[in-house]
Design a protein around this ligand. Structure first.
Ligand code: AMP
Length: 129
């Protein structure tokens, strides 16, 4: 069965899309640690990051770096952190999280964001790309 992220890529489930290439896709995390929390994924559906073939792994990192630089321009933060967990969704995803404190990296406290907040945030990151 297709993962929830494959359904997002296919446009079957809505998302706040930031960018897309032939092989990769970036969108806002729906339950963000902090405003601007973004997920970068390969379109190829693989569960664990270190099972990716080397070219896809390196491509995902290059793509994530571009997105992270745009997030850091668009969202006030000390830096953008990177994290890979994958315990919830079995489709490789890189979390890019604007950090102002260690709490923002802990996946415990969540930022409450309205639809308007998500729209403003996604547009700001897209403009910074
Ligand atoms: P994990 O697999 O533990 O790395 O976490 C999966 C992440 O995907 C969580 O941060 C969720 O908030 C996020 N997530 C799950 N479903 C969606 C969705 N439909 N749109 C955006 N983010 C999602």
């Amino acid at each position: 069965m297709a993962s929830i992220f494959s359904k997002i890529i296919a446009g079957e489930i809505p998302c706040y899309k930031i960018a897309e290439t032939e092989d990769f896709f970036a969108f806002l995390d729906i339950n963000p640690n902090a405003k601007g929390h973004t997920l970068c994924i390969p379109k190829k559906e693989v569960d664990k990051i270190f099972d990716l073939d080397e070219a896809t792994y390196n491509g995902l990192m290059q793509f994530s770096r571009k997105i992270a630089i745009a997030i850091e321009k668009a969202i006030p933060c000390q830096r953008v952190g990177i994290s890979v967990i994958g315990l919830e969704v079995p489709h490789v995803h890189v979390h890019l999280i604007p950090l102002n404190s260690m709490e923002d990296a802990r996946f415990i406290n969540k930022a409450s964001m309205t639809k308007e907040d998500f729209e403003t945030t996604v547009n700001a990151i897209k403009e910074a790309l």
